[in-house]
Design a protein around this ligand. Structure first.
Ligand code: 2NL
Length: 335
């Protein structure tokens, strides 16, 4: 054995001892990687020692070679082992610091609620959809024709009084009822039809506890061969029964509307008093003619109601303005 082979043996054994001790003392993955480069890298300590192998004799070379291999594998193995341990303890530390208490209450979001007016409209739509009606919507700005003319209300009619309507500079107006929606619907469809039109309408009214210049209406319309006043009566009674409850007393009083003939106003017996809740009638033949229907073949019935009035009666409200000024202390009562 030559001195240089002994020398290399010692160097390799020292290298191994130092490396293993340094690896064992490492407490983070970054330093561990630095050690790998330092010992096993291309310019690392092991490569440097192996450079000395050139001086060895042919017999010594394989022995030192396999020794070097052993040292390399030992260091490699130690690094991998350490790496695994460090990764594992890092993960454990992370998990420990991020523990999640799945039994903790969540972050509550307040959901908001349906406004009593919309709640009332929803309830009405549900009832009429149950009776086979289709919901239709239209424009709040209307032409004179769709708001009045087609509804048997010509220019000189008392209901056309300037006082009753908001006119726009271009001659259009803010609709005073949702009947215009139904006129447009009839123009687009052939009987038989059942349609309801809910929506915002405008009247030139002075605002007080029971009047508003902007309010909500719901109108219904049915056109078919052979429809009679009893069909209207049965429909209205069923609607009111579902709104106010079973065993409701309902009264039809003769009345007048330009677009229906005959016409009636309907009262219900409520908390000991007769209360007017809606207007209705058989569609005037002139209205059917205006949309191109043959009034000899088809008859129709229609009704209109103010949604605010129903909300006020059913929720016992004393002032219509409470429905518009968004006071949550008031609105929260109607969940
Ligand atoms: C009321 C009365 C009513 C109608 C609305 C109507 C619609 C068409 C044809 C015929 Cl397209 N009539 N609507 C009929 C009778 C009464 O409303 O007091 N509303 C608040």
């Amino acid at each position: 054995m030559t001195s240089s082979s002994l020398d290399l043996e010692t160097q390799l054994s020292d290298l191994k001892t130092n490396a293993l001790s340094a690896i064992a003392q490492t407490s983070d993955l970054e330093t561990l990687e630095q050690l790998r480069v330092q010992y096993l890298g291309k310019k690392g300590q092991l490569s440097q020692v192996l450079r000395g192998m050139g001086k060895l004799s042919a017999e010594e070379r394989p022995r030192i070679g396999s020794l070097a291999n052993e040292v390399k594998e030992a260091i490699q193995g130690a690094i991998e082992q350490r790496q695994e341990n460090l990764q594992k303890s890092q993960l454990e530390a992370k998990l420990a610091s991020e523990t999640l208490d799945v039994t903790m209450p969540g972050v509550m979001r307040s959901l908001g609620q349906v406004h009593p007016l919309n709640g009332m409209i929803d309830k009405m739509l549900d009832i009429f959809v149950g009776l086979g009606y289709t919901v239709a919507e239209g424009y709040e700005v209307e032409t004179d024709y769709y708001n009045f003319e087609a509804l048997n209300t010509p220019q000189d009619h008392p209901a056309r009084d300037m006082q009753d309507t908001f006119y726009l500079p271009d001659g259009n107006l803010l609709r005073t009822h949702t009947s215009s929606v139904q006129i447009r619907y009839m123009e687009q469809h052939e009987p038989p039809l059942r349609v309801i039109a809910p929506g915002r309408v405008y009247r030139r009214d002075t605002v007080d506890a029971t009047h508003s210049a902007v309010f909500h209406q719901l109108e219904l319309l049915a056109v078919e061969e052979g429809l009679r006043f009893t069909d209207l009566r049965g429909t209205i009674k069923e609607f009111l029964r579902q709104m106010f409850g079973d065993d409701l007393q309902v009264r039809f009083r003769a009345s007048y509307f330009p677009f229906t003939e005959p016409s009636a106003e309907v009262d219900v017996q409520w908390q000991g008093k007769w209360l007017e809740v809606l207007g209705c009638g058989m569609v005037d033949p002139n209205v059917l003619k205006a949309v191109g229907y043959d009034p000899e073949r088809y008859t129709g019935f229609a009704a209109g109601l103010g949604v605010e009035r129903f909300a006020m009666v059913l929720h016992q409200m004393d002032d219509i303005r409470r429905l518009y000024n968004s006071d949550l202390r008031f609105l929260r009562q109607f969940i």
